[in-house]
Write a protein that binds this ligand. Structure first.
Ligand SMILES: [Fe+2]
Ligand SMILES: [Fe+2]
Length: 352
C-alpha cells in the first residue's frame, strides 16, 4: 500500500464545557467566532460495536471562523455531569488561536481584560508573541501572532535538526523577563470591535504533555507523517523539553499545523477528561483518504475506532502513545449553515 496523503494541519479541537450559554457568549461575543451547525449524520447505520454509545446527556456546539474552515473549528461538548478536567500526561495543556501581529495581540489583551478575563503576557516566545487567559471553564487558552516564525534560531531548511538550548532564549526566560512592564503593556483604549488584523485565524498550535518525547516523535513523524520542526525547552522554566511537530515542506511551517509537547519523563501526573479540558485533537485528511489512513493505522498496529459519521466530518479515532485521543477527520461534508441565534439547542449528540 502506498503511504496515505499528507496531513495538511488540524481539523478541529474538542473541549468539554459546563454551561453552553456561558461558553457560546465567550466564543462568539468575546472571541468573535461564528456558531455553525452540523449536518446530521448521513449514515444511520449502527456504529461499530467498539464505539462507545453516545451519551444522550451530551450536546455539541460548533464554533469556527467566518468560512467554517477546517483548522478553525472548535467543538464544545456540554457534559453537565463531568467532573472538572485537568492537564497532565496524555492531556492538552493549552490551545492557541492565531492573530496577525503584536498590535492585534495587545488589542486582544485589552478586550479580554475589559471583559474580566485576566490575561498574562504579551510574551515574546521568539517564534511568535503570545498572551494567555482562561475560558469560562478554566481551560488555558493562548492567542499567538503569525510571526516571526520558526527560523529565528535555526535555518528554515533545517528546522528541528539541532537542540535549541535555553541560552538561545536569552532575555525571554522567566527569571529574565520584566514581568511588571509585561503586565502593564496593553492597548490604551477599549476595543469594542474585532478588526481585520485581530480576527482569529484558527488553531495556531496545540500544546500537550507527554511522558515520552521519543515515543511521541515516532507517533507524529512516522505514523502521522508530521515533521519534527523544533526541539527546545519551555521558556517558563528553562528546563522542560519542548518539541514541535508541524506540516513543513523544508522551507515553511504551514499555519494551523503545529502540535507541541512538553516532556515530563517518569511523571504519573495524568491529564483527566472533564470540564475545562480538551477531549481530543483532530487532524485533517481529504475525504478520499479515509480508507487509506484506516489501513495504514491498523497496519502499524494502532487500534482504531471508526470511521464514525459525525455529520460535519467522518473520523477515525485512536490514541497517541501517552493516551491522548486523536482523530483523523475528513474535510467533507463540512459545516451546515451557520446557526445565527446564540441560544443553545440540544439537537446534536456527541459520539465520543
Ligand atoms: Fe471531534
Ligand atoms: Fe503555546
Amino acid at each position: 500500500m502506498s503511504a496515505p496523503p499528507e496531513i495538511p494541519g488540524f481539523h478541529h479541537v474538542s473541549m468539554t464545557i459546563g454551561d453552553p450559554d456561558r461558553s457560546l457568549r465567550f466564543w462568539t461575543d468575546v472571541l468573535g467566532l461564528h456558531r455553525w451547525d452540523s449536518p446530521p449524520p448521513a449514515d444511520p447505520a449502527p456504529a461499530p460495536v467498539s464505539t462507545p454509545a453516545p451519551d444522550p446527556g451530551e450536546a455539541r456546539f460548533l464554533v469556527a471562523d467566518a468560512d467554517g474552515s477546517p483548522g478553525s473549528i472548535v467543538e464544545l461538548v456540554h457534559a453537565p455531569e463531568a467532573p472538572s478536567g485537568r492537564w497532565g500526561v496524555g492531556g492538552i495543556h493549552h490551545v492557541a488561536l492565531g492573530t496577525e501581529d503584536r498590535p492585534a495581540l495587545l488589542r486582544w489583551k485589552r478586550r479580554l481584560e475589559d471583559r474580566k478575563f485576566p490575561v498574562s503576557g504579551p510574551y515574546d516566545r521568539g517564534y511568535f508573541h503570545s498572551i494567555y487567559f482562561r475560558d469560562p471553564d478554566g481551560h488555558v487558552m493562548e492567542i499567538a501572532t503569525r510571526g516571526p516564525g520558526y527560523d529565528v534560531d535555526e535555518p528554515a531548511d533545517a528546522l528541528g535538526e539541532r537542540f535549541i538550548e535555553a541560552d538561545a532564549h536569552e532575555g525571554r526566560l522567566r527569571e529574565q523577563r520584566d514581568e511588571e512592564s509585561i503586565q502593564t503593556t496593553s492597548h490604551p483604549e477599549p476595543v469594542d470591535e474585532i478588526d481585520g488584523e485581530m480576527v482569529l485565524r484558527g488553531i495556531h498550535h496545540i500544546t500537550g504533555i507527554t511522558d515520552d518525547l521519543a515515543e511521541a516523535d515516532r507517533f507524529h513523524r512516522f505514523l502521522l507523517g508530521l515533521p519534527l520542526v523544533k526541539r527546545t525547552v519551555n521558556q517558563d522554566d528553562g528546563k522542560t523539553k519542548h518539541w514541535f511537530w508541524a506540516r513543513y515542506d523544508g522551507r515553511e511551517v504551514a499555519p494551523r499545523s503545529a502540535m507541541t509537547l512538553f516532556g515530563w519523563p517518569g511523571s504519573d501526573y495524568r491529564g483527566r477528561d472533564g470540564r475545562g479540558a480538551t477531549r481530543h485533537v483532530a487532524w485533517r485528511i481529504p475525504d478520499h483518504a479515509l480508507d487509506d489512513w484506516h489501513v495504514h493505522l491498523e497496519t502499524e498496529g494502532i487500534s482504531v475506532v471508526g470511521p464514525v459519521d459525525r455529520g460535519f466530518t467522518r473520523s477515525l479515532s485512536f490514541r497517541a502513545p501517552d493516551g491522548l485521543v486523536v482523530h483523523l477527520a475528513t474535510d467533507g461534508p463540512g459545516l451546515a449553515e451557520r446557526a445565527l441565534e446564540s441560544t443553545p439547542s440540544s439537537d446534536h449528540t456527541e459520539s465520543p
